[in-house]
Design a protein around this ligand. Sequence first.
Ligand SMILES: Cc1cc2nc3c(=O)[nH]c(=O)nc-3n(C[C@H](O)[C@H](O)[C@H](O)COP(=O)(O)O)c2cc1C
Length: 181
Amino acid sequence: MDAIDMIKERRSVRKYRDEKVDRKTMEEIVEISRWAPSWANTQIARYTLVDDKQVIAKLATDGVQGFAYNINTLKNAHGVAVLSFVKGKSGRLDKYGDLDSSNAHFWEAFDAGIACQTFCLAAHAKGVGTCIFGVIDDDAIAEIVGLPEGETVAALIVYGYEDGHPEPTPRKPVKDILRFI
Ligand SMILES: Cc1cc2nc3c(=O)[nH]c(=O)nc-3n(C[C@H](O)[C@H](O)[C@H](O)COP(=O)(O)O)c2cc1C
């Protein structure tokens, strides 16, 4: 698939067919996602893929702050990626002296964001729809999936085969977001 089409055609998918994505396909998507750039190539993103219906139901009841919109999406989902990151690495340049800036947390989230978009695009290229959830309870999710010590949950990414491709969502015109100097 052409990269430009891929970027433009990817949509947030909230309605899924009653069909699981097999683990091999998901492993291929993570294999592509790991090519995302990261601070000093620290590669802090981690992907915990949940395809167990009971655990997904638990994520719906306890992991999305009771946000009905997200609960509804999870009701018809067969897969959820818990995107997490290893803390304390990104945003640092120890070998160049003390550059632990107050921005360290920012770069961790930045890396996770790049990993997130890469995952969504890789999934789209493989015919798998996704929806990023930011309305989440990160501590509750960490507990539900038994996240390793030293990691923080960045986002949930619901995934599955879409039930109808969503309509394009509006974008600001280029003139409103671009400046040349
Ligand atoms: C950081 C972030 C958090 C988001 N959180 C949610 C969410 O909690 N629930 C949801 O349904 N969509 C969520 N979205 C999806 C956005 O609503 C969506 O990307 C936006 O409306 C543009 O639509 P599109 O993805 O179809 O192009 C989130 C997207 C991002 C990037």
